[in-house]
Design a protein around this ligand. Sequence first.
Ligand code: 2P0
Length: 327
Amino acid sequence: MPMQAAAQAQPNIALIKYWGKRDERLNVPAVPSLSITLESLWTRTQVRFDETLGEDRFMLDGKRDDAQFQRVSAMLERLRHHAGVSTFADVRSFNNFPTGAGLASSASGFAALVVAAIHALGLVLPLAELSALARQGSASAARSIFGGFVEMACGSRDDGQDAIARPLLAASSWPLEVAVAITAPGPKSIGSSMGMVHTARTSPFYRGWIEDAPRRLEVAREAVIARDFERLAEVSEASCLAMHGLALSASPGLLYWNGVTVELMHCVRELRSAGTPVFFTVDAGPQLKAVCLPGWSRDVAQCLAEVPGVREVRLSGLGDGARVLES
Ligand code: 2P0
């Protein structure tokens, strides 16, 4: 029986942001978060455990990826430990969107890797356990195990096992749409992991961020359950701006935006003032995601595309969680 499988996972966008770790070694977030899983951006990953290999191998988009190899191999090591095997694996991963550019490629990447590798190893695990495993690769990956609206706890256990995501509302129950405006496709200069550790060590405002996080999460959760777009818009933009304000307050400050990102924020706010149901969120990179009510993303995308410096606008609905692909 060949020990191989393929899986697909989509990136997710946090509306209530995760920034900061409660435990760096176990990769446990310091704050809870809430996200939407996308539909049209994806990572597809094939994992083949092979007795003849003397080490793991990792290819991304057809090329050896030495930068990510250690993280991928460390994840495979955890999964081997879980399954009680020692066989090395060949991993081939493809993204249909720019990698490492603030578009959550590590979320979809580690979710797809865990689901494919666990299936290849012949294990069947509850989704909560897949989420906990994915978290150890990248905390946002714990959320991409699930589709639609997803909530992630930071938990309180020392072993981090309660820091997992759970589904909050199905995509079909409130099919929001997203327009992703790409302003610079290259990889960001400071990765999220390093950025958040640096922020926690040097920002004078870190404690306030941690203390305020549960309140924001609760407001967002209630807004999602009530399908209250206005309320979700306000709390999501507030979480995004607070996260970036916090990163800016680190020493030296972390500035993930470019000028176009800021122009896009103004554009989204002007659209909302004029009655278009849309709000923005921005992750650790210069791309802006505009979230809108069903039926509005094409009009919004057209406006965003007219902002000078925007390279491309991708549209997406909300999608499902990670799944095994039939080979
Ligand atoms: C989020 N970000 O909640 C936040 C907002 C970026 C900005 O989760 O260190 O790649 O691998 O756990 O998951 C991106 O961070 O970081 C992220 P690690 P990850 O989506």
